[in-house]
Design a protein around this ligand. Sequence first.
Ligand SMILES: *[C@@H]1O[C@H](CO)[C@@H](O)[C@H](O)[C@H]1NC(C)=O
Ligand SMILES: *[C@@H]1O[C@H](CO)[C@@H](O)[C@H](O)[C@H]1NC(C)=O
Ligand SMILES: *[C@@H]1O[C@H](CO)[C@@H](O)[C@H](O)[C@H]1NC(C)=O
Ligand SMILES: *[C@@H]1O[C@H](CO)[C@@H](O)[C@H](O)[C@H]1NC(C)=O
Ligand SMILES: *[C@@H]1O[C@H](CO)[C@@H](O)[C@H](O)[C@H]1NC(C)=O
Length: 499
Amino acid sequence: MSLVLLSLAVLCRSATPREPAIQCGHETGPSPEWMVQHTLTPGDLRDLQVQPLKTRVASKDYSILMNISWILRADASIRLLKATKICVTGKSSMQSYSCVRCNYTEAFQSQTRPSGGKWTFSYVGFPVDPNTLYLIGAHNIPNANINEDSPSLSVNFTSPGCLHHIMKYKKQCIGGGSLWDPNITACKKNEKMVEVNFTTSLLGERYMVLIQRNMVLAFSYVLENKVTRTSVIILVAEESEGAVVQLIPYFSTCGNDCIRRKGTVVLCPEIGVLFPPDNNRSMLGGWLPLLLSLLVAAWVLVAGVYLTWRRGKIKKIPFLPANPLLPLVKVLVVYPLEICFHHTVCNFTEFLQTHCGSEVILERWQKKKIAEMGPVQWLTTQKQAADKVIFLLSNDIHMVCDSSCGQSEGSHSENSQDLFPLAFNLFCSDLRSQTHVHKYLVVYLGGADVKDDYSALRVCPQFHLMKDTAAFHTELLQVRQHVSVKRPSLACHSSCASV
Ligand SMILES: *[C@@H]1O[C@H](CO)[C@@H](O)[C@H](O)[C@H]1NC(C)=O
Ligand SMILES: *[C@@H]1O[C@H](CO)[C@@H](O)[C@H](O)[C@H]1NC(C)=O
Ligand SMILES: *[C@@H]1O[C@H](CO)[C@@H](O)[C@H](O)[C@H]1NC(C)=O
Ligand SMILES: *[C@@H]1O[C@H](CO)[C@@H](O)[C@H](O)[C@H]1NC(C)=O
Ligand SMILES: *[C@@H]1O[C@H](CO)[C@@H](O)[C@H](O)[C@H]1NC(C)=O
C-alpha cells in the first residue's frame, strides 16, 4: 500500500513542472548573449530592492552583504527569460564594480507562480561598507540587441553608518567602537559644574569629553583601561543645561576617527529633602536659620570631600575649561571644496576650537549670510574680522563624505560653493605685502602640497600637521597673546601649548 502511495507521489511530482530557481555566479565580462542577435527579448524587471543582511562567517565574525531582491513582470515575455544580471558600483574613496549572473534553472511556464504570487527572487552577495553609495543595476537576459533600448532597472542604495543595528557587526565598525555602549549620562550640578558619567571600553584607554553648544564650552580627558562606569566633573563658565556632550574615544584601531557618541546635559535631580515637615515649625522657631546654615555647610563639606575623592579615584588629566574671559583668536578657514568636510574640515575646526582657543569662521556655517552679502563681500568682511586666515589643504579626498559637523545639520555639499579660488584671488595682493602676509597661514594635512595655481601661497608660514603641531600651536599662541593686548583680558591660557 505504502509503496503504491510512494510511486503515486513520484508520478505526481514529475507531472507538475518544477518551479524555476536561480543559480548565480560572477560574470565579469559581457554576457555571451550579447554576441548573438535575438528576435525576441524578455521585458524588464518590475521591482528591485536592496537591504543589508548580516551573515555569520565564523563563530564571532559577521559579514554584511546585500540582499538584492527583484520581482519579474507578469507578462508573456517571461517565457523568453533565461537569466538576470545584476551589477553593483560602489562609490566610496575607491570605486568598485562587479556583476553576478543568476540563471533560472527552468523555463518559465506561467506569468505568475502556480500558487498565485508574482515571481520573486533574491540574491545575497556583494559586501557592504558603511556610509557608501551603491548603484545597483539589473537587466534580463537575453538582453536587447546592440543599438536597441536595453530594458534595465537601477536603484541607489546608501549603506547606513556603523551605528546601524546590522552594520554595527562589521569588523571595521566593531574596531571603531560600534558595539560599545557608553550609556552617557550628564547633568548640570550647578552653574559651574557638569557631571558626565559613561562606561569605558576595552578597545582603548583615552577619551575626550566635550561640552558644546555652538562652540565648545569645556572639555576634559579621561584615562581608563578597564571597562568601568566613569564619572568626570567638567567646569563650565556658561549655561550648560541642554548642551551637547560629545564623547570622543581614541581606540587603537581607529585613532582619531572612532565613532563619536553624544548625550545631553540635563539638570541633576534634587538631592535629599533638607527641610523638616511644616508642622514642626513652631517648635523649631528661631533655631531654623542656624539649623539650615549648619545643614548647608555640612552638605558643602560632604560634596567637596566626595568630589576630591572622586577626582583622585579616576586617572584623569586635569581639565582645561575654556575660559570665556580669554580672547579667542578668530580664524577664517578656507578650503577647497573637494576636501571631505566631515573628516577633515570638522576635525581641524574642532582641533582649533578645543586646543587652540580659536573661534572658527567657516563658509559652511554662514551660508545664509553669504547668500545675503555675496561671497566677495563676505570674504572681505571675514578677513577684516579674523586674526588669522588659514588655507587648509589636504589630500584626504573622499568621493562620498558623510554628514557634516553639528552646526551645519541639513546642509549638504551640493549647495556649497568653492570659495577657495575666490579667497585666494581676493587675498593675493596681501600676500605680496610684508605687513599683511603674516595674517595668512597654510596648513597641510597628509602629504598635500600647494598646487602651481596657488604658488603665491608659498610665501606664507606653512605647517604640516601633525608633524608641525607644536610650531602651529606656538604661532596661534603668539596671536592670542597679541589679541589679549588688543582686547584687554586675562593672559593667554596655557591649553594651547600643553596639548
Ligand atoms: C549561466 O548560464 C550561462 C550560459 O548558459 C553559463 O555560461 C553560466 O556558467 C551559467 N552560470 C551559472 C552560475 O550556472
Ligand atoms: C532577502 O530579501 C527578500 C525580500 O525582502 C526576503 O524574502 C528574503 O528572505 C531575504 N533573504 C534573506 C536571506 O534574508
Ligand atoms: C543614483 O545616484 C547617481 C549618482 O549620485 C545619480 O546620478 C542617479 O540619478 C541616482 N539614481 C537614482 C535612481 O536615484
Ligand atoms: C545606563 O545607565 C543608567 C544609569 O546608570 C542605568 O540606569 C541604565 O540601566 C543604563 N542603561 C544601559 C542600557 O545599560
Ligand atoms: C554619576 O554616577 C554617580 C555615582 O554612581 C551618581 O551619583 C551620579 O548621579 C551620576 N550622574 C549622572 C549624571 O548620571
